[in-house]
Design a protein around this ligand. Structure first.
Ligand code: RRO
Length: 298
């Protein structure tokens, strides 16, 4: 008799999820996928929760092209947060994303704590939104400012916005910091319900003809299997420093990769770059995770 299939369902900050595989913000365009796949996408949605691309207060065009470069085992992006801004998101994107069959987590970023507060306040009253992810870790802003590189700055921001919502607050951490566990602990002490990591690692590439930086934004964020071992070590280190749940991500391509992050201490695993290659990767990885757990269930 084959062993019973282990249940993958998980409670994450009060959200009941069918399995622990979600997407990394900005790596799966559910609105475009709905246009292409229609109801089929809703019936076989690849993730147990959906994290939207980062929303800022004002609309943004994003960085000048080129925005992508392929590297060994991954890619560098310098997208630069193109989005419709808060009003555009509420009017155009939210009603569509509310149709998804899984909880919606909205990722927000501000250029000051007041902007983040404005975003958190706006989404706090929207029943379509199950949780918020504070992006304090985007590598692709002109100012080079990354609030989440410093524990005190992170704590100040989380303390400022914590009273504004009862929804779960997830703080997305940068790997480009000298002490990531210290930033995670500061986020927890200031009231974060969870942390997610890693965002991309800063990297760059040169145009071989011109001898100048390839990316329009000069530097970008490296993702994909190339960063997997780094992500694993950072998730493991953060798990020793906090009690709140961790969303682990970085180069996940298979159930085995997901299981490694769970073993390192993650409660959920996010799939990012792999979804560009295989839009159904989320479901495949959840199935592989289940098979792997069944084999070692005894
Ligand atoms: O839009 C981007 O360039 C971007 C963002 Br907001 C982020 O958080 N991480 C990343 O690699 N790219």
């Amino acid at each position: 008799m084959s062993p019973p299939t282990p249940t993958l369902s998980v409670d994450f900050c009060g959200l009941s999820l069918a399995h622990p595989i979600i997407n990394g913000s900005g790596t799966f365009d559910a609105i475009a996928a709905l246009r292409v796949f229609g109801d089929e996408l809703l019936q076989r949605f690849p993730f147990a929760a959906f994290v939207s691309k980062t929303v800022t207060v004002e609309p943004r065009q994003g960085n000048p092209p080129p925005r992508l470069w392929e590297v060994a085992g991954g890619m560098i992006n310098s997208i630069g947060l193109p989005n419709k801004g808060l009003d555009g998101y509420l009017e155009h994107d939210l009603p569509i994303l509310a149709r998804l069959p899984v909880p919606l987590i909205v990722n927000v970023m501000g250029f000051s704590s007041e902007e983040v507060a404005q975003l958190v306040e706006a989404f706090a009253e929207r029943p379509e939104v199950s949780a918020l992810e504070l992006n304090v870790s985007c590598p692709n802003v002109e100012t080079g400012l990354v609030m989440g590189a410093d524990p005190d700055e992170t704590a100040r921001l989380v303390s400022r916005v914590r009273p504004l919502t009862e929804k779960p607050l997830i703080v997305k951490l940068t790997p480009n910091a000298s002490d990531v566990p210290a930033v995670a602990a500061a986020a927890q002490a200031a009231g974060a319900d969870a942390v997610s990591l890693v965002n991309t690692l800063r990297g760059m590439a040169f145009d071989q003809q011109k001898g100048t930086p390839w990316l329009g934004g000069v530097t970008g964020g490296v993702s994909g299997p190339a960063v997997r071992a780094i992500a694993l070590a950072q998730v493991y280190a953060v798990a020793q420093a906090v009690e709140i749940p961790i969303v682990g991500m970085g180069g996940v391509q298979s159930g085995r990769d997901a299981r490694d992050l769970l073993r390192a201490g993650a409660a959920l695993v996010a799939v990012g770059t792999e979804s560009f290659r295989d839009p159904a990767a989320g479901n495949r990885i959840a199935a592989e995770l289940s098979e792997g757990l069944a084999k070692t269930a005894v």
